[in-house]
Design a protein around this ligand. Structure first.
Ligand SMILES: NC(=O)c1ccc[n+]([C@@H]2O[C@H](COP(=O)([O-])OP(=O)(O)OC[C@H]3O[C@@H](n4cnc5c(N)ncnc54)[C@H](O)[C@@H]3O)[C@@H](O)[C@H]2O)c1
Length: 306
C-alpha cells in the first residue's frame, strides 16, 4: 500500500467510526443475547461482584462465583436463586494465588464448562499513604487487583480464542486513570489492570479474534463499604455511586459490547482534561475537586460483609 491510499483509508474509516460512535451515543445499542453463556465473577461474595451476579441471575446463564468468603458466596447464591438463577456454582478461590487459580479453573472447566464471560472484579484496598503502607499489603494489593487478572485470563482466554467467542471484563477504577493522594498501591494496581486489559484487547484485534469482546470499567467511589469514610467534595459533579446503579451499568456495558465504561459520566471529561491541561493546572483542578483529601477520612469496611 502507498502513503496516499493508506491515509485516505484512515480518513474514511475515521469518519465512519466517529459517525458510528455518535449514533451509538444517541440511540441505545442493541443488547446481545447471553443465553447459555457461562459467566465467572471473581469477588462475587459481596459488593459489586454480588450485584453483577444478581443482574445476570435474571438471564439464562450459568453463574460461577469465586471469592475467599464462602459465607458471602452462599448469600450471593441464595439471592441469585431468588432472582431466578438455576445454574449457579461457587468455588472458594484466592485469586491472588496463581496455583489456586489454575487448580480451581480446571475444576470449573470439568464441572461447568468453558467460561465465556470472565469478570475480574475481586479487589482490595490498603487505604494508607505509601510511606505508611506495610510491604505485605502493597504486594497483596497488586496480587489481588492486578496479577489475578493475568492468571484468570491465562486460564480461560484460550477457550474463548479457540471458539472466537467470549468477553473479558476488567473492573478497574477511576483510580486506574488518575493518581490519588493516599492510594499509591491501589492506583498502581488499577492502572496496571487497565494496561493489561488494553494490551490483551489489542492482541485479540491483531489476531483477528473479533468474537472475543473486552470491557474496562472505571468507577469513582461506590457505596459498597470498601471505601467507607471517604468523602466527595462536589457530589453533583462526582457523586458517591449507588452499587445497584454501577452493577446495572456494568452488565449493560457487557451486553452492548462497550469497550470502556467510566462512572459517573464526568470522568470522561476529567480524563480528557488530564491529557492536555498543563500539569500545574491539573494539580489545582485536583485540589478544587477534593482529590487531595478523598482519603483523609478513610476507614474502610467497618461492618461485616453480608
Ligand atoms: N467500592 C468502590 O468505591 C470502588 C470504586 C472503584 C472500583 N472498585 C472496584 O470494584 C471491585 C469490587 O469492589 P467492591 O466495592 O464491591 O468491594 P467489596 O469489598 O465489597 O468486594 C470485593 C470482593 O472481593 C473479594 N476478594 C478479596 N480478595 C480476594 C481474593 N484474593 N480472591 C478472591 N476474592 C477476593 C472479597 O471477599 C469481596 O467479596 C474491586 O475491584 C474494587 O477495587 C470499587
Amino acid at each position: 500500500m502507498n502513503f496516499l491510499l493508506e491515509t485516505l483509508q484512515l480518513i474514511v474509516l475515521s469518519i465512519y467510526y466517529n459517525v458510528e460512535a455518535i449514533i451509538k451515543f444517541c440511540i441505545p445499542s442493541k443488547k446481545k443475547n447471553v443465553t447459555g453463556e457461562i459467566v465467572l465473577i471473581t469477588g462475587a461474595g459481596s459488593g459489586i461482584g454480588r450485584l453483577i451476579a444478581l443482574e445476570f441471575a435474571r438471564m439464562d446463564v450459568a453463574l460461577v462465583l469465586w471469592d475467599i468468603s464462602e459465607e458471602g458466596m452462599k448469600e450471593t447464591t441464595r439471592l441469585s436463586k431468588e432472582r431466578g438463577a438455576s445454574r449457579i456454582h461457587y468455588y472458594l478461590c484466592d485469586c491472588s494465588d496463581k496455583t489456586e487459580v489454575y487448580r480451581v479453573a480446571e475444576q470449573v472447566k470439568r464441572e461447568v464448562g468453558d467460561i465465556s464471560i470472565l469478570i475480574n472484579n475481586a479487589g482490595i484496598v490498603t487505604g494508607k499513604k505509601f510511606m505508611d503502607a506495610p510491604d505485605h499489603l502493597i504486594e497483596k494489593t497488586i496480587e489481588v487487583n492486578t496479577m489475578s487478572h493475568f492468571w484468570t485470563n491465562k486460564a480461560f482466554l484460550p477457550a474463548m480464542v479457540k471458539n472466537n467467542h467470549g468477553h473479558l471484563v476488567t473492573i478497574s477504577s477511576s483510580a486506574g486513570l488518575i493518581g490519588v493522594n493516599g492510594l499509591a498501591d491501589y492506583c498502581a494496581s488499577k492502572f496496571a489492570a487497565i494496561g493489561f486489559a488494553e494490551s490483551v484487547a489489542l492482541e485479540l484485534i491483531a489476531t483477528g479474534k473479533d468474537g472475543v469482546k473486552t470491557t474496562i470499567v472505571c468507577p469513582y467511589f461506590i457505596n459498597t463499604g470498601m471505601f467507607d469514610g471517604c468523602s466527595t467534595k462536589w457530589p453533583t459533579l462526582l457523586p458517591i455511586l449507588d452499587p445497584n446503579y454501577v452493577a446495572k451499568k456494568v452488565v449493560e456495558a457487557i451486553l452492548t459490547d462497550q469497550t470502556y465504561l467510566m462512572l459517573p459520566k464526568s470522568m470522561y471529561l476529567l480524563m480528557a482534561l488530564k491529557s492536555f491541561l498543563p500539569h500545574k493546572q491539573s494539580v489545582i483542578l485536583g485540589m478544587y475537586l477534593g482529590a487531595f483529601n478523598f482519603m483523609d477520612t478513610f476507614q474502610g469496611r467497618q461492618k461485616k460483609r453480608i
